[in-house]
Design a protein around this ligand. Structure first.
Ligand SMILES: NC(=O)c1ccc[n+]([C@@H]2O[C@H](COP(=O)([O-])OP(=O)(O)OC[C@H]3O[C@@H](n4cnc5c(N)ncnc54)[C@H](O)[C@@H]3O)[C@@H](O)[C@H]2O)c1
Length: 247
């Protein structure tokens, strides 16, 4: 049996921000397996360069909070697929969080996605073709418990609305914009929480499938949204969360 070509990304170029590690690395790997030429853009040059070499792709140092750097990269690469994945987490109660911590989470997780869309969108619009997949979180829709993380949740809610708004704006320009919203996934980002039984046991208990997701399970959903198999899908937020948001 051969997979229909529309379920692949054969011959496409895919840029993955935050693609050096975790979910981004899995996305880069799955898209490469499905035929794409990969460009990893990340702050972590050592890890990103190694993975890019393994995937026969390219690595570029990028801080997504720097709009000029995003524009400069868009001068060098013209991707058919853009995955805005770079993200950080900060846990702190609303009444106590430092303004600088709040700002940093918003800068990376929301403005970073905005900078990526603004830098790479015009080229896709000019070519009348492109697929953007933003990595949001189930926390863009529900406030998780017990860890306090209002900044993260607010940023991800912002990503969901940014995705919908931009999808509507670009729908007649041949550019689709969607989000994948992962539940708890086994990466460095969740290391501290996984080491804390008071948090981890609640995470598992509240997840109907009673386990974490793997980065590859998130990446497989990104492949679908990036591929022509999703040619009528835009402005959607696809939860990949073991049933968490269904409860
Ligand atoms: N792990 C989870 O449980 C989970 C759940 C929901 C959503 N997410 C989202 O998935 C995305 C990836 O998370 P992860 O778990 O793989 O995290 P991770 O910490 O394993 O990897 C994040 C990657 O992003 C890069 N990065 C961070 N800041 C950057 C910046 N300013 N510019 C460029 N690159 C930067 C890091 O160097 C790293 O390679 C994030 O947007 C995160 O919010 C993760």
């Amino acid at each position: 049996m051969t997979l229909p070509a529309r379920f692949t990304v054969q011959g496409k170029t895919a840029l993955v921000t935050g693609g050096a590690k975790g979910i981004g690395a899995a996305i880069a790997t799955v898209l490469a397996e499905a035929g794409a030429q990969i460009v990893i853009a990340d702050l972590d040059a050592a890890t990103g360069t190694r993975l890019a070499a393994d995937l026969k792709g390219a690595f570029h140092m990028l801080d997504v909070t720097d709009p000029a750097a995003c524009y400069a990269l868009a001068e060098q690469v013209s991707p058919d697929i853009v995955v805005a994945n770079a993200g950080i987490v900060h846990n702190g109660p609303t009444a106590e969080i430092d303004l600088s911590d709040w700002q940093r989470v918003l800068d990376v997780n929301l403005t970073g996605v905005f900078n990526t869309l603004r830098a790479f969108g015009p080229g896709m619009i000019a070519r009348q073709s492109g697929a953007v997949v933003c990595i949001s979180s189930m926390c863009g829709e529900i406030a998780v418990w017990p860890q306090p993380q209002a900044a993260y949740n607010a940023a991800k809610a912002g990503v969901n609305m940014l995705v919908k708004s931009t999808a509507v704006e670009w729908a007649r320009n041949g550019v689709r914009v969607n989000a994948v919203a992962p539940g708890y996934t086994a990466t460095e980002l969740t290391l501290a929480g996984r080491a804390n039984p008071a948090w981890f046991d609640t995470w598992i208990e509240r997840t109907p499938m009673a386990r974490l997701g793997t980065p590859q399970e998130i990446a497989d959903a990104v492949l679908f949204l990036a591929s022509d198999a999703a040619s009528f899908v835009t402005g959607t937020v696809l939860n990949i969360d073991g049933g968490y948001t269904a409860v």
